[in-house]
Every structure is written in C-alpha cells, then in structure tokens.
Design a protein around this ligand. Structure first.
Ligand code: ACO
Length: 333
C-alpha cells in the first residue's frame, strides 16, 4: 500500500510443457465429448508434463525465464518460494529442488499451499520478506503438475486440468522494474474446506493398499459448490482491492482471473459489469493448471504487447482452502 516500501516485478516467466492433450484425445479416455467440455468450461486443450518432468522442473523453467526477463543471474536470487499443491514429494520443499536446478546459492527455500491462489499468496510472502530485509531479489514461483493427482477415470475432473508454472522475480529496486505491486489481498474461507481436496497421502490417510484401491490419492471436487464459491469469492476479492485503493473497474485495463472455467470468468465479468474482453484468458489451450494460471495469462498478455506503460492490472485467484486473492499491479514496461 501507499505508505509501505514499494515492491516491483523485475522479471516475469511462464512455462507450459510441450505435450498437448485435446478434447478429442479425452473422448478416447472417458465418456465425454468436445461439445460438453467446450460448452461447460471453454477448454479445448491442455498441456501435460512428461512422466519425468516434475513440479520443480516446470518451476525451474519459469524461474530461468523470469531471471532472463529481469536481466539477473541465479546467483542474484536471495530466496525462493514455490506455491504448489503438487510438490515433487512431501519434503524437502520443491523450492530446494529448484535452487539446485537453476544453480542459485544457499538462499532460503520455502513452500506455500494455497491451491490455485499461489500467485497472490507467493507475492504477499515475498513482499513481506523484501520489506523486512535483507533480501533484494526473491523468486515467487507458482507451479503445479495437476495431472499427477488427476483421476483419469473421473470424467467430471479429468477434463479440466493441465500443468504449468509461472515465476515472478520481485525486488525493492525501482531500477529496471517491469511492474509495481500496488497492493495484495489474500483470504481463506475454511467453510469450504471440503469442496476441493486430496484425501490420501497425508497424516490423515497415509498411503496403504486400501487408500490406493479407494483412489484416495486423486483430487476430489464438488464441482457445483466450487463454481458458486469461485464466482462469489473472486468477486469479493476484486471489490476489496478496488475499494481500498479508491479505484473503479473501468480504471483497470485487464483482469487476469484464475483460468478455471470460462463460465466462471463470464459470471464474474457480469457481476462487476466489465466486458469479457478485459479478462485475460488462456484456458482454451492451457486448461486449468492451478496455482500459476493468473501468471501465465499475464505473461501471455505481456508477450503479446497488450500492456502499455501505466496500465493497471488485477490478478484474481481462487482455490482449495478455500483461498482467494488479488494482486493490483501497475505495468511499467
Ligand atoms: N462429459 C460429459 N458429461 C459429463 C462430464 C463430462 N466430462 N462430466 C459430468 N458430466 C455429466 C454429469 O454426469 C451430469 O450428467 P446427468 O445430468 O446425467 O447426471 C451432467 O454432465 C451435468 O453434471 P454437473 O456436475 O451438473 O455439471 P455442471 O454443469 O456443474 O458442470 C463443471 C461441471 C464443469 C465441473 C462445473 O461444475 C464447474 O466448472 N465447476 C467448477 C470447477 C472448477 O473450476 N474447479 C477448479 C477450481 S479450483 C482449482 O483450480 C483446483
């Protein structure tokens, strides 16, 4: 906020795996159709990580791109944060694997579990660390290999998800900045904690033959509740950040919403009375890749030259927890 030390985006990077899974491919796996998936979600295809490509690999690729974008080297990184619900393994942290893969020095590495709200949560933690010091450059990465926890026998969920990563290289130095973070809002409404979860593999249901047989190691979702809550909480999160910065939706050039479902985005756009064209969407070809999705949509717009100096952008996320969050960003160039 205005009376706090500013935090800047020095570099931005996104990564999507090469392999494409189309709706036609899914028709061969489960009882579904391109028409059903497109009309209910807007998704036409999604990217799938290779078997030997883990969340840390996706993260490292996005991180390298953010470093190149910001003109810094891995040795300049003072802390690495990875927000994910699909870590390489329960421990050590995925960030530790990223440190090794990008060749950073022995900086602190940590993780965040915020479902699809990894970008606002990661940016909030990184901003707090930067303001506190002595950190200068922090990689706030959001990455998921959701297809590793997708039940390919469950047609309600398997048509939705894909894999990917986004990295924000954040700093307190104004020099060379591509964007300025003006404000961040994050929240969690635990009344919806049972709407989206992975029951198996934690301390509550450690892996046994039975948990595997009962398919407890796959994501479970109450689709209609998630849909309803997504529209409500993302609408509230946008209203909160606009109100406390004395802004109205017309002053925002683009909204970068969680890429879950085109119908959710459309409902949100109508709720705040903003034309759908001002909502960045990539889900048609990425699917819902969870935590990085708002960063991937932002990166896509930046690479396409759609942002001009001074434009205001609101990233808005929603995910398991149920988390929600927004980042208000002023694009510098
Ligand atoms: N293909 C064809 N038919 C299907 C499929 C499919 N893939 N999946 C379900 N159906 C059928 C159902 O069996 C049901 O059939 P019935 O009427 O004969 O019983 C019918 O389609 C309607 O099912 P609903 O569950 O009512 O479908 P709905 O309209 O709610 O759409 C959807 C389902 C797309 C999942 C929707 O609820 C939704 O988008 N929810 C939000 C999900 C989401 O965004 N999750 C991720 C957010 S958080 C995160 O990113 C991790």
């Amino acid at each position: 906020m205005k009376d706090r030390q500013p935090v800047y985006v020095r570099g931005l990077g996104a990564y999507l795996p090469e392999k494409i899974l189309t709706n036609a491919d899914l028709e061969k796996i489960v009882d579904t159709s391109d028409e059903w998936i497109t009309s209910r979600t807007g998704i036409k295809e999604r990217r799938i990580a290779a078997d030997d490509q883990y969340t840390s690999d996706l993260s490292a690729e996005a991180a390298k791109r953010a470093l190149a974008d910001g003109g810094l080297a891995a040795g300049d990184v003072d802390a690495i944060i990875v927000a994910t619900v699909t870590p390489d393994m329960p421990f050590p942290s995925t960030a530790a694997f990223v440190q090794k893969k990008i060749g950073a020095h022995t900086c602190p590495c940590m993780g965040i579990e915020a479902g699809c709200s990894g970008v606002p949560y990661g940016c909030e933690l990184a901003s707090a660390l930067l303001r506190q010091g002595p950190y200068r450059n922090i990689l706030a990465i959001s990455a998921d290999k959701l297809t590793a926890i997708t039940d390919w026998q469950d047609r309600l969920t398997c048509v939705l998800f894909g894999d990917g990563a986004a990295a924000f290289l954040l700093t307190c130095d104004a020099e060379g900045a591509r964007g300025e973070i003006l404000d961040i809002y994050i929240a969690n409404d635990s009344s919806g904690v049972d709407a989206l979860y992975l029951p198996g593999g934690g301390s509550r249901a450690p892996a046994t033959e039975e948990t595997v047989r009962n398919r407890l190691h796959f994501l479970k979702m109450n689709g209609q509740e998630v849909y309803k809550e997504a529209v409500k909480s993302m609408g509230q999160a946008v209203a909160t950040i606009l109100e406390r910065n004395n802004l109205v939706p017309d002053q925002i050039k683009f909204f970068s919403p969680h890429q879950a479902n085109l119908r959710i985005i459309d409902a949100m756009a109508r709720q705040i009375n903003v034309p759908l064209e001002r909502f960045l969407t990539v889900l048609q070809w990425t699917g819902n890749n969870s935590s990085p999705s708002v960063g991937i949509a932002l990166d896509d717009a930046v690479r396409a030259g759609r942002l001009q100096h001074g434009d205001l952008v609101v990233l808005v996320s929603f995910g398991a927890g149920l988390t929600s969050g927004t980042v208000l960003l002023r694009w510098i160039g």
